[in-house]
Design a binder for this molecule. Structure first.
Ligand code: ZN
Length: 381
C-alpha cells in the first residue's frame, strides 16, 4: 500500500448532503458556498452537494455552487428515477450518485419490491444518465447488509452500461473494519474494472476505521463529512480520515490539513453542533498536557508525546496546571503567560496548585495562576 501516491485516493466530502441531512441541521446558501470554497481550497477533489429533486430552493443552491467554478467536482444525490436525474441536469451538474436500496431487508420491507425490480430501476436510470454524458456513481444503500452476489450483479450491470463506480454504503454503521475489508476486497476482485467508493457511518464508533479499511481493501473513493456530521451518529470525519490515512497508513490523499480547525469551527457554528474539546484531530484541547511526566517529555521534545504537530491541523498546544502537574509544566505555563519563575518558585507554587486543583476538581485558570504567583512567587525566591 505504501507505493500509492497522491491522486490514487479521492475524498468525496458529503458535508453538504449527508451532513445537512442530519436531523435538525440546515445550512444557508451563504454557508454552503463558504463550506464548498474552503473544502475546494484545501484540495478536496469531490463534493456531494445536495439533492436537486428536493425542490427549487435546493436547486438554486446547487446552481450557485456550480457557478463558483471550483476545481472540485460537484456530484448530486439522486434516486434511481429519471425525474431526479433530470433535476440534476437542470442544475448544470455533470456527475451524479444514483442511489438504490440493495439489501433484501430494504427491498422487501421498505420498497416492497424484488431484486429484479431494483435491477430494472438501475438500468433505466443509468441508461438515462449515460445518454446525457453524466459521470455516475451507483450507490448501494445498505450494501453492508446485502447479499454480496447481488452486489456483484449490480456492479456488473454498472460496468457494462458505462457507470463509473459503485458506492458501498454501510448505511447503518454496523460493520467492523475486518468485515469491511473482506467485503470491499471481494467486490474489487469480482469486478476489478469498476472503482469502489466507501460510505461509512459511525453508529458503533467505527466510521473512520471502516473508511480506512475500505481504502486498504482497494476502494479509491471515500466519503467524509467535516466533524463527522451526518445521519444519526454521523459519517466518517474528513479530518480523521485524512490524518489517519497520512499517519497510520502512509497514504497522502493530497489535502492540506492546516485549515482543519478553522473548517471544523465554521461547520460547527453553521450546523449548531459544537465540537467537543476532546474530539479527535480538531478538538480545541486534544493537545493539552497536564501530567508531570508528559509535560516534561513534551517540553524536551514534542514528539515524545504528540503523534503529530498540533499546527498541522491549526491547533495549539496547552500546558494545563492541575493535580497531576510537575515543575517543568509550571515553569512552561508561566513562561507562556510572560512570567519567569525559578525552579524553587515552581516547587512552591506546584504544591498550592495541586491542593487547589484537588479541592476544585479542575485545573487552574490563568487568573488563579497569576494570583498564586503574586502571593507565593516572591516568598519562594
Ligand atoms: Zn449516509
Amino acid at each position: 500500500m505504501k507505493h500509492m501516491v497522491h491522486g490514487d485516493i479521492v475524498i468525496d466530502d458529503t458535508t453538504l448532503r449527508d451532513g445537512e441531512q442530519t436531523a435538525g441541521v440546515v445550512f444557508s446558501r451563504r454557508e454552503k458556498i463558504a463550506i464548498a470554497r474552503m473544502l475546494d481550497s484545501i484540495g478536496v477533489q469531490e463534493l456531494e452537494c445536495g439533492i436537486p429533486a428536493m425542490g427549487e430552493e435546493e436547486r438554486d443552491s446547487i446552481r450557485a455552487l456550480v457557478d463558483l467554478g471550483l476545481n472540485a467536482r460537484l456530484i448530486t444525490w439522486n434516486r434511481a428515477v429519471i425525474p431526479d436525474i433530470q433535476a440534476s441536469l437542470d442544475c448544470g451538474i455533470t456527475a451524479v450518485d444514483i442511489s438504490l436500496s440493495v439489501s433484501d431487508q430494504m427491498i422487501g420491507h421498505k420498497l416492497r419490491k424484488s431484486r429484479g425490480w431494483v435491477k430494472e430501476q438501475l438500468k433505466t436510470a443509468l441508461g438515462f444518465a449515460k445518454e446525457h454524458d453524466l459521470y455516475v456513481s451507483v450507490g448501494g444503500e445498505d450494501a453492508s447488509r446485502a447479499d454480496i452476489h447481488f452486489l456483484i450483479e449490480l456492479m456488473e450491470i454498472t460496468r457494462e452500461m458505462g457507470g463509473d463506480r459503485f458506492r458501498f454504503c454501510d448505511t447503518l454503521g454496523v460493520l467492523d473494519p475486518f468485515t469491511m475489508y473482506d467485503k470491499v476486497r471481494g467486490l474489487r476482485r469480482a469486478v476489478p474494472e469498476l472503482d469502489v467508493e466507501v460510505h461509512t457511518h459511525n453508529d458503533l464508533g467505527m466510521a473512520t476505521a471502516n473508511a480506512i479499511a475500505g481504502i486498504r481493501a482497494g476502494a479509491r473513493f471515500v466519503n467524509t463529512t467535516v466533524n463527522g456530521l451526518g445521519e444519526r451518529a454521523g459519517n466518517a470525519p474528513l479530518e480523521e480520515v485524512v490524518m489517519g490515512l497520512k499517519l497510520a497508513c502512509g497514504l497522502d490523499p493530497g489535502v492540506d490539513t492546516h485549515r482543519f480547525q478553522e473548517l471544523s469551527r465554521f461547520v460547527a457554528r453553521a450546523s449548531d453542533r459544537p465540537v467537543p474539546p476532546w474530539k479527535a484531530v480538531v478538538g480545541e484541547r486534544v493537545f493539552s498536557h497536564e501530567s508531570g511526566l508528559h509535560a516534561d517529555g513534551v517540553i524536551k521534545d514534542p514528539r515524545n508525546y504528540e503523534g503529530f504537530d498540533p499546527a498541522d491541523v491549526g491547533l495549539k498546544r496547552y500546558f494545563v496546571l492541575g493535580k497531576h502537574s510537575g515543575t517543568s509544566g509550571v515553569v512552561e505555563r508561566y513562561r507562556d503567560m510572560g512570567i519567569s519563575v525559578s525552579r524553587q518558585e515552581a516547587i512552591f507554587i506546584l504544591e498550592r496548585v495541586r491542593s487547589i486543583a484537588q479541592r476544585v476538581k479542575r485545573p487552574l485558570n490563568e487568573k488563579e495562576l497569576r494570583m498564586l504567583h503574586r502571593k507565593w512567587g516572591l516568598k519562594a525566591a
